[in-house]
Design a protein around this ligand. Structure first.
Ligand code: FMN
Length: 376
């Protein structure tokens, strides 16, 4: 199979000069990462998303990463109950933007690999090399049942994911007709043209947390999304070093990203008050409890103390790293993450359109002054 890589200059925004790439995570879902009742929570509508993408691109935001979610979590707000399908969402955004990378988040077991590979190529041509693939193998049994697809056991999910991704890469690169006779995937006389844009392939990312998921990313992906340690920056730096070193031992380079939930206001007090209001006092606790049930996290399975800890963890940005404070503080936290070795971060707000302008003017400007990002 001819080797094609993702580091072509065409794949601009993920290989630009910004030492810390900044993207927006979750804008395709109602409420995005904020499990909250507040009325200003994110709509997830196309109209708002398009306005956001235009504002984000002007602000120099490097990527938009959607969540692959098929069914709302319920609760008072039906948390993430309205979601736009991510590959069609990405294709439309790529048609209407010029610089940023837009990802599709794709559950491998739910997509035939030939259709998927062709959809990605279509998006990639529309965006002239700016489509990225976030491959997920899935965890939510309830969603799989909706498709009539059986969820495999954890290890087999990644074995399937490997065959699926190998098939997609072959479809992207093989010039002649070919067959695949794998354990899971059997295809005959495959022929697919055109190939991805500009003779390279879309950037591929994964966010597995288990050792198997992490090993999958290290073997296959250009970018790995991981949660930062909430204990210390040194621990985060060590995790990043280990992932990169392991990739190098396989002769590969991998970028490491994380996801954050940003509450940035003129003063620390204002930021902390808004954060407390949204994700503590006005949290959609019934939705949080529904999420925990799906993840099999209950007092019986993990103990009372851990259950309480996880409730708060999920309410506060679905496990994304909370960054709360004035612009100096938020910029410093991001600069520290960059210094720890992170290549980028996908951030969420309660309402992206309301909050991005302040973040752009105050935080991105400070990161540019510190030489971590270009001026937009
Ligand atoms: C940044 C990030 C994005 C993710 N996006 C999705 C998603 O959109 N849909 C989904 O079903 N799972 C998503 N996940 C879950 C992961 O794909 C994965 O299932 C989870 O981290 C558990 O890891 P494991 O599969 O190695 O056990 C995401 C996780 C992270 C950290």
């Amino acid at each position: 199979m001819p080797i094609i890589d993702a580091t072509s200059p065409a794949r601009m925004s993920m290989y630009n000069a910004n030492r810390l790439k900044v993207g927006l995570f979750g804008a395709n879902c109602s409420s995005d990462r904020a499990v909250t009742l507040v009325p200003e929570r994110w709509s997830g509508t196309w109209k708002d998303t398009l306005a956001l993408a235009r504002m984000a691109e002007d602000a120099g935001i490097d990527f938009m990463l959607p969540i692959g979610r098929w069914k709302g979590y319920g609760g008072e707000t039906d948390y993430q109950g309205e979601t736009l399908e991510t590959v069609t969402w990405a294709t439309a955004l790529l048609a209407l933007t010029k610089k940023m990378t837009v990802f599709g988040t794709v559950h491998a077991p739910l997509f035939n690999p030939v259709i998927a590979a062709k959809e990605f190529v279509t998006a990639d041509h529309v965006g002239e090399g700016r489509f990225g693939l976030n491959l997920v193998v899935g965890w939510n049994e309830d969603e799989f049942q909706m498709f009539g697809v059986r969820q495999r056991d954890h290890e087999a999910r990644y074995a399937f994911g490997q065959e699926w991704l190998d098939a997609v890469k072959m479809i992207w690169s093989e010039q002649g007709d070919f067959d695949i006779d794998g354990e899971f995937i059997k295809l005959k006389g495959v022929r697919a043209k055109p190939k991805p844009y500009g003779g390279s392939r879309p950037l591929i990312m994964n966010a597995g947390e288990s050792p198997t998921g992490r090993a999958f990313a290290i073997r296959n992906c250009d970018a790995f999304f991981t949660r930062p340690s909430r204990t210390s920056l040194e621990e985060t730096a060590e995790r990043i070093r280990m992932v990169k070193a392991e990739a190098r031992s396989h002769g590969r380079e991998i970028s490491v990203y994380t996801v954050g939930v940003v509450t940035c206001r003129s003063t620390k007090k204002e930021a902390e008050e808004y954060y407390r209001h949204c994700v503590v006092e006005q949290a959609d606790w019934s939705a949080v409890d529904g999420i925990l049930v799906k993840k099999n996290i209950s007092p019986e399975t993990v103990g009372e103390a851990e259950h309480q800890k996880q409730r708060v963890f999920y309410a506060q940005g679905m496990g994304g790293y909370p960054i709360i404070g004035d612009a100096d503080h938020v910029a410093k936290e991001l600069a520290d993450l960059s210094a720890a070795g992170l290549d980028g971060i996908g951030i969420s707000f309660v309402n992206y359109l309301d909050e991005l302008p302040f973040f752009r003017d105050e935080v991105l400007a400070r990161l540019a002054d510190a030489g971590i990002r270009d001026k937009y």
